[in-house]
Design a protein around this ligand. Structure first.
Ligand code: ATP
Ligand code: MG
Length: 503
């Protein structure tokens, strides 16, 4: 690694109105290394990488690639300079094949110039060189998320990327998909490529990066060799204080059964049975966790419980009363709240201002006005209170929701549902994309709710999160509850059950 650094960012500065997203950032990334970038929600990580990829323009500063200053005025310039980016929300054409997606938009009209046959050969080479195997003729929408992501990587490599940026790539992956991704990144590095990885998972930083840089409130505050730092030091550098990496909770004292599920069967949109004859109870004052690899029916279960999806048979009862075909609004009246797994599809309207999302679904509450007359002042005051309590940044209820960083958007949803003070809370992936300080806070709030006697059902693909919070763990595999355990069962036992191997 004696030659020029792959990337040098010098004095990069960027403001969005009053928000100073990047303050005079300097960053050097060595060629042939994996460089992690961490930082709290809203610290400016995605903004910085979007500048490098030509999606935003810096207000000032310089970008050098291999020692040469470049003016990256758009993404095409970035691609020409050998930079590829894998976005968190993939940018693939869903009903095209892998091959079509990879050829699409490649420089110089690859379709005509190279022809399909040579594209196929090139794809084959990339597959063998980097372990990036996918079926070139598979249609994107039929591929698992992990494979779709692999197509994004292939697409970047096909366009000749020497530098690959990944923004929170593992948020949507199963643990084994994440392992596979890291193997691929390791191979890329060994072949001399440069990788920049943004993640909130410090375990991932420790496992695969060579160097890690920490951002805080728009500034680059530290860079460390990964070998010479620790999870504790990184957590403190990020947040500016010590962070409890494990939540503390006392014994649960469960009361009456509040939510029951009896022989519930739920199909997905294609008519495939995803939840198969499932029964369980959730009592007041306990957290029941559903552990499972993504795609084993947890999503459909949550959708049925929250009234978004009609079950095909079986019953859901609240306080012993069947809810029938109650709408989400009716369920909210019965004291049920829901943090949906996917904030973009179900939790938020991105073009609304923050305060509108802060009351979404609850705007009929008399506290926000009567009839059609909404009391905007009351709504904004309420939103401001949640912003303070949950440290949502920037603290501006009038900002368009799309302009909040990913983790802050998640906090908007979590705050809305928890502060509603429901009797029953359905929680789907509560800390996806959220930084460690905020995770600590959200976990604390969830445990407080339990201690106040609420009934909580938690679905998470993070086994650590399930183990840290749940009083009882139900393991879901292929639509069935295959067993009940507590956190004492240990990662390995639970992992085997999640894989359908042991009960
Ligand atoms: N297009 C935009 N308009 C206005 N403000 C923006 C825009 N994009 C980002 N911001 C603001 O810039 C700041 C940095 O956001 P950024 O998305 O870079 O954070 P991040 O470090 O990636 O956070 P997270 O971990 O939550 O993804 C935030 O305060 C955000 O609200
Ligand atoms: Mg981000």
């Amino acid at each position: 690694m004696t030659d020029q650094p792959a990337i040098e960012l010098v004095g990069i500065d960027k403001k969005f109105g009053a928000v100073h997203a990047n303050k005079n950032i300097n960053l050097t990334v060595a060629k042939g290394s994996i460089h992690g970038i961490i930082g709290e929600n809203g610290a400016g990580k995605s903004t910085l990488m979007s500048i490098l990829y030509g999606f935003y323009q810096a207000d000032s500063g310089e970008i050098r690639i291999n020692g040469k200053p470049v003016n990256i005025k758009d993404s095409q310039t970035a691609i020409n300079a050998g930079i590829g980016m894998v976005h968190q929300h993939f940018m693939l054409v869903e009903n095209f094949t892998v091959l079509e997606n990879i050829m699409l938009g490649a420089e110089g009209g690859a379709l005509l110039a190279k022809g399909v046959a040579s594209a196929r050969a090139e794809l084959k080479r990339l597959e063998t060189d980097y372990g990036l195997d996918v079926d070139p003729d598979a249609v994107i929408e039929e591929l698992a998320v992990g494979l779709q992501q692999r197509v994004e990587i292939l697409k970047a490599m096909y366009r000749g990327a020497e530098i690959l940026i990944l923004d929170e790539p593992t948020g949507v992956l199963t643990p084994s998909e994440a392992d596979h991704l890291f193997k691929i990144l390791g191979v890329l590095r060994d072949q001399g490529k440069t990788v920049i990885l943004i993640t909130h998972k410090l375990r991932e930083i420790m496992a695969i990066t060579d160097t890690v840089s920490v951002m805080r409130r728009g500034e680059m505050v530290a860079t460390r060799k990964t070998k010479e730092t620790s999870v504790e030091e990184l957590a403190e550098l990020m947040v500016g204080r010590r962070v409890l990496l494990r939540v503390e909770k006392g014994e649960a004292s469960p009361g009456d059964v509040v939510l029951s599920v009896r022989n519930l069967t739920v199909k997905d949109n294609r008519g495939v049975t995803m939840v198969d004859n499932v029964s369980f109870d959730v009592r007041a004052g306990e957290i029941v966790g559903i552990a499972g690899v993504a795609g084993n029916g947890q999503s459909e279960l949550l959708e049925a419980l929250s009234g978004i999806r009609q079950p095909s048979s079986g019953e859901i009862l609240i306080d012993g009363q069947p809810i029938g075909r109650a709408s989400p609004a009716r369920l909210r009246e019965l004291g049920l709240a829901h943090i949906p797994e996917d904030r973009h599809h179900m939790g938020l309207v991105l073009k609304f201002e923050e305060y509108e999302n802060a009351v979404l679904g609850y705007h009929r509450d008399p506290k926000y006005g009567r009839g059609f007359m909404l009391d905007l002042d009351a709504m904004q005051a309420d939103a401001t209170e949640k912003i303070e309590k949950y440290d949502i940044r920037p603290p501006n209820p009038r900002l368009k929701t799309a302009n909040f960083s990913g983790g802050n958007q998640q906090k908007i949803v979590v705050a809305r549902e928890i502060e509603r003070d429901p009797r029953i809370l359905l929680i789907g992936q509560p800390t996806r994309g959220v930084d460690i300080g905020a995770i600590e806070f959200i976990h604390r709030r969830i445990i407080d709710m339990r201690d106040q006697g609420k009934a909580l059902l938690l679905v998470s693909v993070e086994l650590d999160e399930i183990r840290a919070l749940s009083d009882r763990i139900l393991v879901m595999f292929a639509g069935h509850i295959v067993g009940e355990k507590t956190a004492e069962a240990g990662e390995q036992t639970l992992g085997l059950m999640m894989a359908g191997i042991a009960a």
